[in-house]
Design a protein around this ligand. Structure first.
Ligand code: DQA
Length: 140
């Protein structure tokens, strides 16, 4: 069975509470349970951290054994050379996802340091962006 990690970055622990007009009213933990039932043919893991270093550490930890990472790095997408370098350093393919369509938002959200090192990018489909990210690994 393929092992896939969903990795959420800063402030994504507050999904369901935070800026509901942009991010919806569902908590990620509840959604993750639904994903696990839907993708019973994948071994799904979930990790969230608000710390850049913890995200880098997690990528190192899974990046030589897992089959894929679905990464929403939150605001670090737009700032983090360290996470971009970690994605480049590991063997596991990473798909970048965003809940919102960042291109419809502030200018500073239009640039991602991560995309260049990712297998692909999915954004703007709400929580469904994560499902689409997982689908991409099923078809590998
Ligand atoms: C986000 C978009 C980022 O710009 C923002 O900082 C987030 C969430 C998204 O999923 O739409 O925290 O990655």
């Amino acid at each position: 069975m393929k092992k896939i990690l969903i990795l959420n970055g800063p402030n994504l622990n507050l999904l369901g509470v935070r800026e509901k007009g942009i991010y919806g009213d569902q908590s990620f933990e509840v959604y993750f349970e639904a994903l696990k039932s839907k993708f019973s043919d994948l071994e799904l893991h979930y990790f969230q951290s608000n710390s850049e270093g913890a995200i880098v550490d997690k990528l190192h930890e899974v990046g030589f054994s897992f089959d894929g990472v679905v990464l929403n790095a939150g605001a670090y997408t737009h700032t983090s050379v360290a996470i971009a370098d970690a994605i480049a350093a590991i063997n596991t393919a990473v798909v970048e996802v965003h809940i919102s369509n960042v291109h419809q938002r502030e200018e500073f959200r239009h640039h991602s340091y991560l995309s260049k090192n990712c297998k692909g990018v999915i954004l703007g489909f709400g929580f469904d962006s994560y499902r689409l990210g997982l689908e991409s690994f099923k078809n590998d």
